[in-house]
Design a protein around this ligand. Sequence first.
Ligand SMILES: *Cc1c(COP(=O)(O)O)cnc(C)c1O
Length: 358
Amino acid sequence: MSVLDLARAEIRALQPYSSARMEASGGELLLNANESAWAPTGDNGAGCNRYPDPQPAALVDALARLYGVRREQLLVGRGSDEAIDLLVRAFCRAGRDAILVQPPTFGMYAVCARIQDAAVVEVPLRHDFTLDVDAVLAALTPAVKLVFVCTPNNPAGSVVPRADIERLVRALDGRALLVVDEAYVEFADEGSVTDLLDRYDNLAVLRTLSKAWALAGARIGCLLAHPEVIALLRRIMPPYPLPLPSVDAALLALSGWGQANALAHIGVVRAERARMRASLAGLPGVRGVLPSQANFLTVRFDDAGAAYSRLFDAGIVVRDVRRYPGLDDALRITIGAPAENERVLAALAFPAQARGVA
Ligand SMILES: *Cc1c(COP(=O)(O)O)cnc(C)c1O
């Protein structure tokens, strides 16, 4: 069987929109897409009067090299969020199929499923935020087409060992696609599972330039998967998904000096993560700091609401994650630059009165 047997039959049969750029490439005088003949003010040679390449070759090549996959195993989209949405739409029939997630986890999987009217099967992580592979397999039904695993986990910061991913993808063979979200893998000790893609056609990996690559504003993310899955999703993707300025920003970020810069910052984040974890753990009112392999720390407080307000009053906004199971006393704090992290410690360390707050 092919992994595409898991996808919606009507999507497999769909006649995709055929854009002007897809029907004809090359040529000198482009009069086939009703574009303006004039570049906009301040364009500086970017060529924004033209529709962009649907999957720009230079960017696909650079990303394929970065992630160690073949070009046809990679889809670039507007953040990994777009890939999550495309997967759910291609694999889940409204009102019939389902996805499986392990709370606490990234919220977009369930949101995309609900938009598509797919059910959401929840198999909570264990108390220590590790993945229970047996529980996932026990909860599997024929309706489940996609199993999302977030590692490092957002918001818990925990990782799923590679052996567990492999066990899971094997067990799901012919039953569901395993989607491993590696948005934070650059900050982790344990590496990516992209090298398993050649072995398992029901494995997909999400990567993004939004975190370690400092390009959240450019909206560039990737799905790495079997070429048939990539080709299927390309059929339902809007014709010109990637804005030219974003593509240019991504190419710069992936250049030699761009990569050196990103690596240096990853090193700073990892060092600051260790320093902050130890410092936060020693503060009054802090119950504990979860071990994290991502670029944030999830911190338990005696009174998380008060800690949130205290940070907010100091001009610092963190993520209140108390609504997540197992985290009803916690805030998620992104690792910033060293001076920013100092402000967090200072805001939490001093009594409120000392800062003039009643
Ligand atoms: C931030 C994040 C993403 C990235 O989303 P983009 O759309 O690529 O910006 C994906 N997954 C998780 C778990 C995240 O935390």
